[in-house]
Ligand binder design. Structure first.
Ligand SMILES: [Zn+2]
Length: 250
């Protein structure tokens, strides 16, 4: 792929017209490996976001668009043998990523990294605390407008910090991840926090927190942060919590 325009001279029109080279004589990654379809999906989403940035009229966003268009445009893989004789696996050995915060490719790669870290740590934690139990908690607030998302996430994180400082907070340790999906109306944002929490072995017999109690605790932490009047609070926020628990003896 050649680029005659320098980064500084690139215009929105250049960006919207540029296509990634996908010559008919070149086999696509998806033809070779199933992982290619995953790359294609995230790469296509990155193109969409880059296009929106390119048409924003903001120079800084134009720069984002340029970086995202170049993100992962060339991937180098190594063909590594699997333990099974005669089976080979593609392993990414070199790529250039844009590191733009909202790039779907880079976010996907980040999520893989964090997942790998968690998978590496958790077996050791389970080995060190074999009797402890696990909760999967999801904390949400009412969908917000996309312009309010930054502030909403900020306040949710502060609320979680408050929640974790309460005497009733049962977790000895936890992993948190933030997820934002699109609301059913297609335009609002649905932010939520997923928490994998390790609790005392006695949690389900002593100190168990019911769903209603979790709701009350979360509500207790949110309004103080958001400064909402008590009357408006009930209609402004709701909470969903699901528990999935397991231990080594199940
Ligand atoms: Zn990227």
């Amino acid at each position: 792929m050649s680029h005659q325009a320098s980064e500084g001279n690139l215009t929105a029109a250049d960006l919207s017209l540029q296509k990634f080279s996908n010559g008919e004589d070149v086999a696509s990654l998806a033809d070779i490996s199933p992982i290619g379809k995953i790359w294609d999906k995230h790469r296509a989403n990155a193109d969409k976001i880059a296009y929106y940035y390119s048409t924003s009229g903001e120079n800084s966003f134009l720069n984002y668009a340029w970086r995202m268009r170049m993100c992962a445009d060339l991937l180098e893989f190594q063909l590594l043998p699997e333990p099974t004789a005669g089976i080979f696996k593609l392993k990414l050995s070199n790529a250039r990523f844009c590191r733009v915060r909202h790039c779907p490719v880079c976010q996907w790669r980040r999520s893989l990294m964090w997942k790998a870290r968690a998978y590496k740590i958790l077996p050791q934690v389970v080995a060190d605390y074999p009797k402890y139990r696990w909760l999967f908690i999801t904390l949400t607030v009412k969908n917000c407008q996309i312009q309010q998302l930054r502030e909403t996430l900020h306040e949710m994180n502060k609320a979680l910090k408050r929640l974790s400082e309460l005497k009733a907070w049962p977790a000895k340790g936890w992993i948190k991840s933030i997820e934002v999906t699109k609301g059913k109306d297609g335009i609002s944002a649905h932010p939520h926090l997923h928490i994998l929490a390790m609790v005392q072995p006695s949690y389900f017999t002593h100190g168990y927190i019911s769903h209603a109690k979790w709701v009350a605790l979360w509500q207790k932490c949110l309004p103080k942060i958001l400064g909402l009047k008590p009357r408006s609070f009930r209609t402004a926020f709701y909470l969903s919590i699901w528990f999935i628990f397991h231990s080594s003896d199940r």
